[in-house]
Design a protein around this ligand. Structure first.
Ligand code: ADP
Length: 272
């Protein structure tokens, strides 16, 4: 039970003067229940990659399987895929538009054709899961803080009961406290629901602490793929492909947490 990408390549505007290769021969498998971080600098192909995972973009080359089924086969149920693989876009609060929080979170289930009672039950459950206070269910989504808006947007996807949740830069634009809060919340959510979670970030700092697997993207290719410990062992190459110095510092701390020592000259890593 998983999402499996086989040799996926993608070009924007193929055959035109604006042709842009965004993914180049990416193969990847995401088993059900895993917590995967996708990192890489801006423009490395992260957003393009995740939009393939729920069929929003169709690969120029390659195949994609969801739970063993080729999603590009004729007659494939794309609607089901999009319900089961929920995608929370960057700045998801831009998609909040209903008069109050509860109605907003109901939007997805309503579109699935559920009864108003079922929609509301789903919305309440989702809001509770993201730690949104019940006293503010009737507030306008536009009056909330940045972090709360993001919780509402995440709840909107959760209310559709996806099996996989993909979050594109969920911490973008939040202050450090808001960033930690939302990441803790996502980790807690993952624990409670057992969903597969894919967390996209340009910052190692954001994801390293939480995920059990890291996929590093660079220029449309998969550069590294493994446990955080396996990936951090390549810290020099990571720095070369655009992870800024403070992030490398963080990696050293993270490495230590994972039972590895880093010498202060940052040239040697060894098992503790
Ligand atoms: P990331 O999410 O890692 O920042 P993207 O997947 O957004 O990377 O972008 C990968 C590459 O594709 C970049 O070079 C970007 O400029 C290009 N790109 C992204 N979206 C479009 C688009 N709609 N049209 C043309 N090129 C695009």
């Amino acid at each position: 039970m998983s999402i499996k990408l086989e040799h996926i390549s993608y070009k924007y505007s193929p055959g035109t003067a604006y042709e842009k290769a965004a993914l180049d021969d990416v193969s990847l498998e995401i088993p059900q229940g895993s917590f995967v971080g996708i990192i890489g600098h801006t423009g490395s192909g992260k957003s393009t990659l995740i939009q393939h995972m729920n069929g929003l973009l169709k690969a120029t080359e390659g195949a994609l399987y969801y739970e063993g089924e080729n999603i590009y086969q004729v007659g494939y149920n794309m609607k089901k895929l999009r319900t089961q693989v929920g995608l929370v876009f960057q700045y998801p609060e831009h998609q909040l538009f209903e008069v109050d929080v509860l109605t907003d979170v109901c939007f997805g289930p309503k579109n699935q054709g559920l009864s108003p009672e079922e929609c509301e039950a789903r919305a309440r459950e989702a809001l509770e899961l993201v730690g949104f206070p019940e006293s503010a269910y009737k507030d306008s989504p536009f009056e909330l803080s940045g972090g709360q808006k993001r919780r509402v947007a995440i709840a909107g996807i959760l209310a559709m009961k996806p099996r996989v949740m993909i979050l594109d830069e969920p911490t973008a634009g939040l202050d450090p406290k808001g960033r930690d809060d939302i990441l803790d919340q996502i980790a807690e959510l993952k624990e409670k629901t057992g969903m597969t979670v894919v967390l996209v970030s340009h910052s190692m700092e954001d994801v390293a602490k939480y995920v059990d697997r890291l996929v590093v993207m660079d220029h449309g290719k998969k550069a590294f793929d493994g446990t955080p410990k396996e990936v951090f062992a390549h810290y020099k190459e990571l720095e070369e492909i655009g992870l800024a110095a403070p992030q490398v510092t963080y990696i050293m701390h993270a490495l230590a947490e994972h039972g590895m020592n880093v010498k202060t000259d940052a040239t040697t890593i060894e098992e503790a």
